[in-house]
Design a protein. Structure first.
Length: 65
C-alpha cells in the first residue's frame, strides 16, 4: 500500500513537472492572452481621499546630513 502511494506521488510530480508546467501553462498563456494577468488594477496608483497624505512621501529625502 505504501509503495503504491509513493509511486502515485512520484508519478504526479513528474506529470506536473513535464506536462503541466512545460506544455499546458505556456499554451494557456498564449490562448488567454492579456486576460491571464487579470489583477491589473493593483498596478494602478491608488487615489487617496481629499485631505489625506500618503504614509511615505517620495519627494522628501530619507536622510539628511
Amino acid at each position: 500500500m505504501l509503495i503504491e502511494v509513493g509511486f502515485l506521488v512520484a508519478f504526479g510530480v513528474l506529470l506536473d513537472a513535464l506536462l503541466v508546467r512545460s506544455v499546458l501553462v505556456p499554451a494557456l498563456t498564449l490562448l488567454i492572452g492579456r486576460r491571464m494577468w487579470w489583477p491589473s488594477r493593483l498596478s494602478r496608483p491608488v487615489e487617496l481621499p481629499d485631505g489625506q497624505r500618503p504614509l511615505v512621501d517620495d519627494e522628501e529625502p530619507a536622510l539628511q546630513r
